[in-house]
Design a protein around this ligand. Structure first.
Ligand code: PLP
Length: 287
């Protein structure tokens, strides 16, 4: 396995970063998770747009131009002979001193890792996941601008710990006002009386690339879609619910906090959206 380490390709064993890197010391940095389907980088431009926007927002200078970054992704994939898999692209503030001042970090540090992906088993897509809601905590999903895909994932990790303790696949995060925001690493959608709903991002949800693809698909397939705030009550009483994310794709939710959602399995609209999503992934993006 070849890792892109700030301009060099090194083996996994040699892929090391400094203990003074502020990505490590403070979670100061940004990242992207991207899928490769049949040699195709799915929605590469959207991922790079989000990365460069996140960088601009936190005043992080990415040392590669947009084109150079895309070339580095393509080359890392090629070197690893990867046709289907997952890319993790990380840009940290880079090495500095122990103070948190980012101006003491002269250069950002770029890492690209490509790996096989351990995703949910296929039956989970038919049967749906069980889920639990996670009540508001100090680090709320809407406390930081949710559009920045930053390395500060402690809140999401705490949510993941709670979902592990509950023995479910993914948890639902509420924002400071109690509205449904997203999962630990997925966006959330519900379907009620044929209408598809997803929370607006200002609620505290990442502007997911898969979320965007599903919004586009709803438009193309003629499903009415509303981006509006909703509560757990709306989730409990929905006909269908599903999560979307780069790793999870489109995965149904069959139960939330012990309430069975719809028929307790992937509903018809969820299933249709997953099928159509799997058709577009191999054609959209960069070869
Ligand atoms: N929300 C959070 C917190 C995430 O980490 C992710 C995954 O990256 C998503 C949503 C889904 O976004 P995407 O579809 O771009 O993977």
């Amino acid at each position: 396995q070849w890792i892109y380490l700030n301009g060099e390709y090194v083996t996994k064993e040699n892929a090391k970063i400094s203990v003074f890197d502020h990505g490590f010391l403070y979670g100061d940095g940004i990242f992207e998770g991207i899928r490769i389907y049949d040699g195709n980088i799915f929605r590469c431009k959207e991922h790079l747009d989000r990365l460069y926007d996140s960088a601009k927002s936190i005043m992080l200078d990415i040392p590669l131009s947009y084109g150079e970054m895309q070339d580095a992704l393509v080359e890392t994939i090629r070197k690893n002979g990867m046709r289907n898999g997952y890319i993790r692209l990380v840009v940290s503030r880079g090495p500095g001193n122990l103070g948190l001042d980012p101006t003491r970090c002269p250069a950002a540090f770029v890492v690209i890792i490509v790996e096989e992906l351990a995703i949910y088993p296929e039956e989970a897509y038919r049967e749906g996941l069980r889920s639990v809601s996670v009540s508001p905590r100090r680090n709320l999903p809407d406390a930081l601008n949710p559009k920045i895909k930053s390395l500060n994932y402690l809140n999401n990790i705490l949510v993941k710990i709670q979902s592990n303790l509950a023995g479910v696949g993914e948890a639902i995060m509420l924002n400071s006002q109690g509205f449904v925001a997203e999962g630990s690493s997925d966006n959330i959608f519900i379907v009620k009386r044929g209408v598809v709903y997803t929370p607006p991002c200002y609620i505290g949800a990442l502007e997911g690339i898969t979320r965007g693809a599903i919004i586009d698909l709803c438009d193309r397939l003629g499903y009415k879609l509303k981006e509006e705030p909703f509560t757990l009550h709306d989730v409990y009483t929905a006909d269908e619910a599903f999560f979307t994310g780069t790793a999870a794709e489109v995965i149904a939710v069959r139960e939330v906090d012990g309430r069975v959602i719809g028929q307790g399995q992937a509903g018809p609209i969820t299933t249709h959206l997953l099928q159509e999503f799997r058709k577009i992934v191999t054609v959209e993006g960069v070869k």
